[in-house]
Design a protein around this ligand. Sequence first.
Ligand code: BGC
Length: 770
Amino acid sequence: MKQYFKIDEWKIIEDGFDPKYNEVAESVFSLGNGRMGQRANFEEAYSGKTLQGNYVAGVYYPDKTRVGWWKNGYPEYFAKVLNAANWIGIDVVIDGEQLDIAKCEVISFNRELNMREGYLKRNFTVRTALGKEVQVEAIRFCSMVDDECGAIKYTITPLNLEGKVSLTPYIDGDVVNKDSNYDEKFWDEVSKQTDNDTACVQLRTKKTGFEVATAMKVTVLLDGSPVHFKSEAVLKEKYAAVQITLDAKQGQPISLIKYATNVSSQNYPAEELVSKAHERLNTIASKGFDKMLEEQAAVWAEKWKHNDIVIEGDAAAQQGIRFNIFQLNQTYTGEDDRLNIGPKGFTGEKYGGSTYWDTEAYCVPFYLATAEQKVARNLLLYRYKQLGKAIENAKLLGFKDGAALYPMVTMDGTECHNEWEITFEEIHRNGAIAYAIYDYVRYTGDESYLADYGLEVLIAISRFWAQRVNWSESRERYVMLGVTGPNEYENNVNNNWYTSTIAVWCMKYTLEVIGKVQQADSTKYQALADKIGFNEESESAKFSDIIAKMYFPKDDKLGIFLQQDGYLDKEQILVKDLPATDRPLVQKWSWDRILRSVFIKQADVLQGLYFFEDDYDLETIRRNYDFYEPRTVHESSLSPCVHSILAAKLGDVERAYQFYLRTSRLDIDDYNNDTEDGCHITSMAGTWMSVVQGFGGMRVKDGQLHFNPLLPAEWKALSFQIGFRGALLNIRITKEAVIINATGGQLNILVNNQEVTVEPGTELNIARLK
Ligand code: BGC
């Protein structure tokens, strides 16, 4: 764990420059607006270690699968979010010498991510190898208002020289993906052009044929006043720039404002992209940088009004949660139902920007409570629209009759993960997709979703489970063989408790929803049954038989569920006995050693106890928690949040707090030594859950909100906002009381199991139980 960034409640601050942390900082300071985003690369040249990253949501490349030994059923390709054209670049040459911090003496360096207003600011003073001193201030953001646009104000002040300074703002599409399977470049050039103050490069992705025009328009200010300039065009392959040379005077700031845009053929005809790009640029340039920044702050103020979590008395914890909420809002806005939430968002290439079970298991609750209902609904519809492909995917693996296996990783519904033990075996993802439907309906009360879309998905998923289990004569039970549970440090196991549990739950829920839909609208139900050839009698009977006769591994002596058959045969050592130098295991141990060990990557049995807590008594949850947590290395970012919530449920506030810090500061403090690849965006929604469901004790039961609050000793108070069925609640938990204010409608809720009525305009103050 590193403590490189300074603690501040509203900012992430890097004070001083350490090239060793540059790639971590590039991830942490990433910017985005749901439509595009980027790592915090420098504007000027940098010859040190860096991972260049600019991304346009939904634009991907199917990189041909690369495996040692091809197995039938492997997907053809791994879809990757592309490193797109770099629009932030500005080459700076001072009297013939290129500005490059890696080659300079850094006199001072400060970088701040302003989360309240949504921009990144960098200030530095350097002395070049030839002794020239300059001070630079760079401010940039991806606009939340004009979401195809971004802007930069780059100001350079010569401190000890008079001479020529040349600034070359550019668009560079000649970029690579670090994770390219065959070292290929993924873009072809369509066109490029420059004018005195503009440049545009239009590119087309190989194979998928997405076209994106990336363009810029620049203005120059001397001492704060606009000046006319005459630039020279620089054109290279997939690159267009304008070079502006100015006479620099000591102490006189030169500012370059770079307005930029990415417009894509997902939204406009390809032949109109260049003109659209110029239209966008003209709109934002006529607004001006300051106005854009003002609008940006206003949008963020509105977002914070609905999303903010305030932790009083613990600045590190406060910074952690705001960082998580900030990044989630930068990644997904819910405006476009073709988009989803990649585990790294716009902060890196890893996980290919694709959709994982993370969305349903971790992100849906965050968007349900903090955004309009349509946002979570769009996430559900995304999967509904991909149902056909999930059925195709299952067919490819030998399933039939409308059984669906959703992909582990996808861009467009097609499976694109290519390790057999995950692609073929980590099938629990199907369960999370069903669970999200349940979660959405439970939260919103929108039962019409079930008849219109949900039931069709549920039946297809249940059909898969019904074919995936087999009857074991020797056990006289149904078993599920050859699976990988959420704990990816075990592969090809039999009877993973979590997978079997969620499979059976899916079938139960499907039967329940069939009943509901039949009752609510029998015509609609019949139309659906006809459409998908659902034989209610035989198929429901099969689901019921499996529900009644499924095998679940457990150990009666320990009173726990077994993660899988044979788990107790492993050498039972605990994480606390591992030398620190062996961690993270994934970087230090052979894969073979990891697989044979008892160590668990992330919540597995505990993930099931989290989802289905009402089916188990507290003592059962406690015994399983006490057994599994000490064997868990939490090397998936998705792990600490679930443990935090369970610890809070068990009343262990100190452990809940430690896990909260770990989940909320995972990237800021680089706990898993992998933030350089990008931030763990999807687990950030888990962080939100650890506050609201963990410390807030929020649950939805029978259409009502429940709160059972708990406050870590380190916190004076905790407040959060929850949108629920037309009302917006502000819940403040202090050591003495729970204080609730509401706008919107009236609600009956339960606080510590006591029903109270919340009315807009009337503050409720409920004494806390001691
Ligand atoms: C986790 C998976 C997760 C994926 C993407 C992996 O490390 O084990 O559960 O879906 O990361 O976040």
